[in-house]
Design a protein around this ligand. Structure first.
Ligand code: C5P
Length: 301
């Protein structure tokens, strides 16, 4: 096996056996450090303005040649993850094959470590990694623009996940502008919720709160020249009450920077100091499982 770094910065493992070629790509978790949500659009989506960052926490996606399409899902967070057409990975493979006019022939294996349904973009990132891997396996050589259009069709977070570096994301998620300068070193303490939260429900709750004039201004937190904020925090806490209670409980310990990841149910806090992050990871563990991930700053190459 040889490990190579592709031109797009992905780390890929190529496993060569006499009759087999596998391509493996890490599917990075994401966080929205800022998330401003505009009004509901005619197409049922909302315009976003978000600073999104990839994390060191990742799934693995491995593809190899096969007749037809198959998917296996394993790993610590694989429980309940579909291994058929309902999985975004499957949709991504079929959509890419259609775009390129080829047969969707591949065996796809995912090793899941990113908490599922938690606002960390695991499913979207698996789909993005699948697009990158199959683009190579099928020797399609689709450029970033075409891949990104396919990605946007699969899900709003998928175009960002293709980028694999911090970026300003707008539109409904399809406009991704990588930051021109790396972020300072940042650590995220993640408290993955055990609750599955529907993104569509959280957006609908946001619209309702706005219509009723009941949406408080978003809380903000300043760190490393950024103003962190998440407009989905109040509606997510309304949709998933146990998550809302855990958020209050953790803030009451003195950690008022605790936030909701995307539409939940993971909670997170960002630090620009590793010792402080370790200290708070221990404190959070008294209340909920917690783990540290580093924010990939964009300086990794
Ligand atoms: O695109 P994706 O399937 O990930 O979106 C899930 C749901 O989240 C959408 O059906 C929509 O209700 C909501 N959404 C939205 N505005 C966005 C992204 C998602 O309203 N920009």
């Amino acid at each position: 096996m040889t490990m190579t770094t592709g031109e797009d910065g992905t780390e890929a493992g190529h496993f060569f056996a006499p009759d087999e070629r596998c391509i493996g790509i890490k599917a990075l978790a994401k966080l929205n450090l800022t998330l401003a949500v505009g009004p509901l659009r005619a197409d049922g989506y909302h315009s976003l303005d978000s600073l999104m960052v990839p994390l060191s926490l990742a799934d693995d996606v491995v593809v190899r040649p096969a007749d037809g399409l198959s998917l296996t899902v394993e790993g610590p967070t694989a429980d309940g993850v579909p291994d058929g057409p309902e999985n975004l990975v499957w949709r991504a493979a079929e959509r890419l094959a259609r775009e390129a006019g080829v047969q969707a022939n591949a065996a796809i294996r995912i090793v899941k470590r990113i908490p599922v349904g938690g606002g960390l973009g695991g499913g979207s990132s698996d789909a993005a990694a699948t697009l990158l891997a199959l683009n190579r396996l099928w020797q399609l050589e689709l450029d970033g623009i075409r891949l990104s259009a396919v990605a946007a069709d699969v899900g709003s977070d998928v175009p960002f996940c293709l980028t694999r570096r911090p970026a300003r994301v707008s539109g409904r998620g399809e406009t991704v502008e990588p930051l021109t300068r790396p972020l300072p070193p940042l650590w995220a303490v993640l408290a993955p919720g055990q609750w599955h939260v529907s993104t569509a429900e959280v957006y609908a709750a946001l619209d309702k709160l706005r219509q009723n004039g009941k949406l408080p201004p978003p809380r903000t937190f300043d760190l490393a020249g950024l103003t962190l904020r998440n407009d989905l925090e109040t509606p997510a806490a309304a949709v998933c009450e146990p998550m809302g209670r855990l958020l209050q409980q953790l803030r009451a310990t003195g950690l008022d920077r605790m936030m909701v990841a995307g539409s939940g149910s993971t909670l997170f806090a960002i630090f620009d100091n590793e010792e402080q992050a370790n200290h708070w990871e221990d404190r959070i563990r008294v209340h909920a499982p917690a783990r540290i991930a580093t924010v990939l700053s964009g300086a990794e190459g």
